[in-house]
Design a protein around this ligand. Structure first.
Ligand SMILES: Cc1cc2nc3c(=O)[nH]c(=O)nc-3n(C[C@H](O)[C@H](O)[C@H](O)COP(=O)(O)OP(=O)(O)OC[C@H]3O[C@@H](n4cnc5c(N)ncnc54)[C@H](O)[C@@H]3O)c2cc1C
Length: 384
């Protein structure tokens, strides 16, 4: 079977940021793989924007950092404000070097960089317009059934199939792996506007009585605004977000160029196991955490790195078991941090007390711990 033209050691389902990064890691370790991706083009929206130092340190190991630095923007500082007064500052400059910053890079840019790197290594790995349908686990191999670009039903055999196919993961569903969690009541609207603030490359988090507003610098003179809403805004448009921002913090975005508006709700789900026989899950297929705090894609990259290490080493079965357990622990921690972020941005009966609390968090010695939390440090420690 291993000499068959339909055999490849590893098949990845899903060519989002996690599947692409995983394929690059596997190729760098000398493991042949294929990605089956149902789309032809990358998703055009800019969902994720923050790349954390933990991911950049992985990129360093495979010479992938520079293309991200060329296109991203370093955020070294962030301010917490009430409606107008500064409550405190988080500074990442004291964090471990060289990546003592969060890199702002829209998700479509990250995906484009990863696609380019993958094609540079081997342009036959990513197969687009290929939709995974079904899998059958055999004792020593797994059969993967998919529909190709011409609509033909095809199959391929592999030692392992890795589901990087997002939160609704067909791989997870076909493998009967339970995905449990909850949807939160928290809802947000976000939009990318030309930057007309004085924050430059700094981030700002406003905590006015009516609900949180965050704004983050993006490359090319743009800024991402995220606004907490009382309920999910259907069909959002720029006038809605402009009005929220004017009312809550008196900042005017009228007539400012805007390239994206969307609404999102928050959920946290986790798979009961990340490994079942020859099926492995990584990224959103294994876990979804709240986007507040910007950790989901980075967490998926940590999964991908670990999976590539295991598949290129000895004791694969034992280490995959350990992968499932340890990444689940890390996911729970990441979800807790995201929950804390959300809780601090919710409406409260006495905002002045919440703001005093935030002021105290942003003073030494806690200030440095908070910077660690915001840069996804210490995920293996006992501390939240
Ligand atoms: C508003 C918002 C903001 C966010 N901000 C951040 C942030 O700042 N930082 C951060 O780290 N994370 C952030 N995230 C989370 C991040 O977007 C996700 O964690 C990330 O996209 C997950 O990547 P993935 O590759 O696992 O899944 P996906 O991006 O969902 O990719 C899955 C891929 O699988 C493909 N696929 C699905 N089914 C099939 C099939 N049957 N056959 C073949 N292919 C298939 C899909 O077409 C898709 O390309 C944010 C999310 C949201 C919603």
């Amino acid at each position: 079977m291993k000499n068959s033209p339909t055999y490849i050691p590893v098949v990845i389902i899903g060519g989002g940021p996690v599947g692409l990064f995983l394929a690059i890691c596997l190729l760098k370790k000398g493991i042949q793989c294929k990605i089956l991706e149902k789309r032809h083009e990358p998703v055009p929206d800019s969902r994720s924007l923050g790349i954390h130092p933990v991911s950049l340190e992985l990129f360093d190991k495979i010479d992938l950092t520079q293309p991200f630095l060329n296109q991203g923007l370093k955020i070294q500082k962030g301010f917490a404000l009430s409606s107008d007064k500064v409550l405190g500052e988080i500074n990442f400059e004291g964090c471990p070097k060289p990546h003592n910053y969060i890199l702002a890079c829209p998700q479509f840019t990250s995906e484009a960089i990863l696609r380019e790197e993958l094609n540079r290594l081997d342009d036959s790995v990513l197969v687009t317009k290929a939709e995974f349908n079904e899998l059958k686990q055999k004792e020593d191999q797994v059969e993967i059934y998919f529909t190709d670009e011409q609509g033909n039903n095809r199959f391929i055999t592999a030692d392992y199939v890795i589901g990087c196919d997002g939160k609704n993961s067909p791989v997870r569903q076909r493998s009967s792996i339970h995905y449990s969690g909850k949807r939160y009541d928290d809802t947000y609207i976000m939009g990318d506007f030309e930057d007309n603030t004085d924050f430059g490359s700094d981030a700002a988090v406003y905590l006015p009585p009516d609900g949180l507003i965050e704004c983050f610098p993006l490359p090319n003179g743009m800024r991402r605004w995220v606004v907490k809403t009382d309920s999910y805004v259907e069909n959002p448009d720029s006038t809605i977000i402009v009005e929220f921002i004017r009312k809550r913090i008196n900042h005017d975005l009228t007539a400012i160029q805007n390239v994206m508006i969307s609404s999102f709700g928050v959920q946290h789900f986790i798979a009961e196991t990340f490994v079942k026989g020859r099926v492995i899950l990584a990224g959103d297929a294994a876990h979804v955490v709240s986007p507040i705090g910007g950790q989901g894609m980075n967490l998926g990259w940590l999964d991908a790195w670990r999976v590539a290490e295991i598949l290129s080493g000895d004791d694969i079965d034992l280490n995959l078991k350990e992968y499932s357990e340890s990444q689940k622990k890390i996911t729970r921690k990441v979800a807790k941090r995201a929950e804390l972020n959300m809780a601090l941005g919710r409406k409260t009966a006495i905002p002045s007390i919440r703001n005093l609390f935030i002021k105290s968090l942003l003073k030494k010695p806690l200030k440095n711990k908070i910077a660690q939390l915001f840069t996804m440090r210490g995920l293996e420690s006992w501390w939240i």
